[in-house]
Write a protein that binds this ligand. Structure first.
Ligand code: IPD
Ligand code: CA
Ligand code: CA
Length: 262
């Protein structure tokens, strides 16, 4: 596993550095899936190519699921789940809140993860059973026990206008119950920050496995809790995620389960 983490780290660092150097140098921006807000550029693709090249040079047989190039058909016991640039909208606006994130599954279970923020030079890492780390120092979730004392973070899907899963209502309801709610624009950083105790909780709908793979492992390894909005176990392949320090979990689910107005 050490080797896997080492390669993930090298790939995330190289891609992250490339992202940082590419701010303001984007030539071609396109929309994805017919959604006007869902953007991609040659930088997302370039970062992904770098990551895959580095992984393949050490582990040519491993399977890959990457946001821009999709799934490889190799059925190895290991699968690398990659978001080369999480926070694309921020990146395109020159807002320095974005990262590269890589999770590694073994037989369907996430066993390693790396998220690199090149702007703050923050590297989050975890291996299953060995804790979560930020720049080599162990991190733990917060000890905030009351929702009213909690700082939460969320995100909105690109098709927010269609209000999937009553995303706008959940936001309003939690805004009235928590100390504050932030929206950073990078789900992978949101999860990393819950693991580091900077946020007490995070929820979002309609995410993809590559947004969550590494972050879910960080939160678990930092002592936090992951579920769907009812509090039931979930996976990175499902469309709802709630990640908290564990202590405020049921207080958040009771707000998320309130009947919606819209
Ligand atoms: C997006 C970010 C954002 C979240 C969106 C994601 P992208 O990923 O994680 O925070 O709200 O739902 O799609 O497109 O920047 O890789
Ligand atoms: Ca993403
Ligand atoms: Ca992305």
């Amino acid at each position: 596993m050490q080797d896997i983490l080492k390669v993930a780290l090298e790939a995330a660092r190289e891609a992250g550095q490339f992202l940082k150097e590419s701010v303001g140098r984007v030539r071609n921006v396109e929309t994805k899936k017919g959604e006007v807000r869902n953007l991609v550029s040659e930088i997302d693709r370039g970062a992904e190519e770098t990551i895959i090249r580095i992984i393949k040079s050490s582990f040519p047989g491993h399977a890959i699921l990457a946001e821009e190039s999709g799934a490889s058909d190799t059925s190895d016991e290991y699968r690398w789940i990659i978001d080369p640039l999480d926070g694309t909208t921020n990146f395109l606006h020159g807002l320095p809140i974005f990262c590269t994130t890589i999770g590694v599954e073994r037989r369907g279970e996430i066993v390693a993860g790396v998220t690199f923020d090149p702007n703050l030079n923050e590297l989050f890492t975890a291996e299953k059973g060995s804790g979560a780390y930020l720049n080599g120092r162990r991190i733990r979730v917060s000890i905030t026990a009351e929702l009213i004392n909690s700082l939460l973070v969320t995100g909105f899907p690109y098709n927010i206008a269609e209000n999937p899963d009553h995303a706008a209502d959940h936001f309003t309801n939690l805004l009235f119950e928590a100390r504050g709610v932030r929206r950073l624009g990078s789900a992978a950083l949101d999860l990393s920050y819950v693991a580091a105790g900077r946020f007490d909780g995070f929820w979002e709908v309609s995410l993809n496995p590559w947004d969550m793979a590494a972050g879910v492992l960080f939160v678990r390894e930092a002592g936090g809790m992951i579920s769907d909005f009812t509090g039931a176990p979930t996976t990175i392949y499902r469309k709802q995620i709630l990640a908290t320090n564990g202590l405020i979990h049921s207080a958040v689910t009771s707000v998320l389960l309130r009947p919606s107005q819209s």
